[in-house]
Ligand binder design. Structure first.
Ligand SMILES: [Zn+2]
Length: 376
């Protein structure tokens, strides 16, 4: 390699190696900037290893579907799932459940994981998708209490996928399919809550929360359909990071005796990798609040493994103070910071700190999409 790291010394390579080996060396990517080497896991956007991504990879490999997991778009059920008026995470979950791609105890055991295949809640039978969503006692209660009012007979099936197909045909009334999808998702989250946190919530509360979430999502859809303001001029739009692989936007919202902190980490495509919000009871000036938000954002991003981020704030005074010691982007204008501004504002009304990994709260989805759409 050249002493400045800028390229390979071809003459030396050709003397020491065969043509094939030289070609292989040339395929090694050399960083354009003077940065340290680091290890990356290529199957997550952040480059960090997660068990979830490894599990997906293995499932794709086993089904011989690596790199081409897009299902046949003509399948009616596929269309029903992806066209449903429910949050994206619910669609993802139902889709994975239908393909038997969720790590139930039975699935894990059948893949060779040394684990008890029985249901962790009742221990009565193997934890298959059918048992987990339809047969386990807690799920039975959930379905009976839900607006779907599914009786025993309606929950009988050969396989979960078969049941989804049958139900998608039966659900012809307005919202019926959406409600069904929401409760499949809820059954899975209640199961996780018990399995990993040993927490149980009352069926009535679970039903109310699920229907509330669906209502909020529908209300947000209506809001999205109202005319949008014209696209802001170039200099006011969110820009992709140029100094680091990820961009961290932070903001603070101040209300009497209270500040709401918000942070969002996005990649070069403008996709959200992490968002977090937190409410702090304190009386402080706007500058202090912005500094709190910066500290909050940097700490949380660092803890989540984002070590090389470009930080951006819309508080010019804070940026000027920080610029003396750190590499920091210019202050951005408020419209560029609208996603994180929304997070900071909504964290004022949250009772506890919230962190979203590889996902985002529904109330910022439209703003993220609009930022992505305006990327030049
Ligand atoms: Zn069970």
């Amino acid at each position: 390699m050249e002493s400045d790291g800028g390229g390979w010394r071809n003459d030396e390579l050709m003397q020491a190696l065969t043509d094939e080996e030289t070609a292989a060396v040339h395929r090694v990517y050399l960083a354009a900037s003077d940065q340290h080497d680091f290890l990356m896991w290529e199957h997550t956007k952040s480059g960090d290893f997660t068990v979830r991504s490894a599990y997906h990879l293995e499932m794709q490999r086993q089904s011989g579907n690596e790199g081409a997991s897009t299902p046949d778009p003509k399948t009616p059920l596929w269309k029903r799932i992806w066209g449903a008026g429910v949050p994206q995470r619910v669609k993802n979950l139902v889709w994975r459940a239908m393909r038997n791609a969720l790590p139930t105890m039975h699935t894990l055991a059948s893949r060779g994981v040394p684990i008890d295949p029985r249901c962790p809640r009742c221990g009565e039978s193997a934890e298959t998708m059918e048992h987990l969503v339809l047969q386990c006692e807690d799920s039975k209660m959930l379905w009976l209490t839900s607006p779907a009012r599914l009786s025993d007979e309606n929950r009988e099936c050969e396989s979960f996928t078969e049941w989804c197909i049958t139900m998608s045909k039966k659900c012809t009334m307005h919202r019926a399919w959406e409600i069904l999808m929401m409760f499949i998702w809820k059954a899975w989250s209640l199961r996780n809550m018990w399995t990993f946190e040993r927490k149980r919530v009352s069926t009535r509360i679970a039903c109310d929360k699920t229907m509330m979430l669906l209502g909020e999502y529908e209300a947000a859809l209506v809001r999205d359909e109202t005319p949008k303001p014209p696209i802001e001029p170039q200099e006011c739009r969110w820009q992709t990071p140029t100094l680091a692989p990820y961009k961290l936007n932070i903001d603070a919202a101040v209300r009497e005796g209270m500040i709401g902190l918000g942070m969002v980490v996005r990649d070069r495509e403008g996709d959200t990798l992490m968002t977090a919000g937190r409410k702090v009871a304190t009386d402080c000036l706007a500058l202090q609040a912005e500094a709190e938000a910066m500290y909050f954002g940097l700490t949380y991003a660092f803890d989540a493994g984002y070590r090389s981020v470009e930080a951006e704030s819309d508080c010019l005074q804070l940026v000027q103070l920080l610029r003396t010691e750190h590499r920091m982007r210019n202050a951005t204008q408020r419209p560029c910071n609208k996603v994180v501004h929304a997070i900071a504002r909504s964290s004022l009304s949250m009772s506890e700190e919230t962190v979203w990994m590889d996902d985002q709260p529904d109330n910022i989805s439209a703003l993220v999409t609009s930022d992505k759409a305006s990327l030049s």
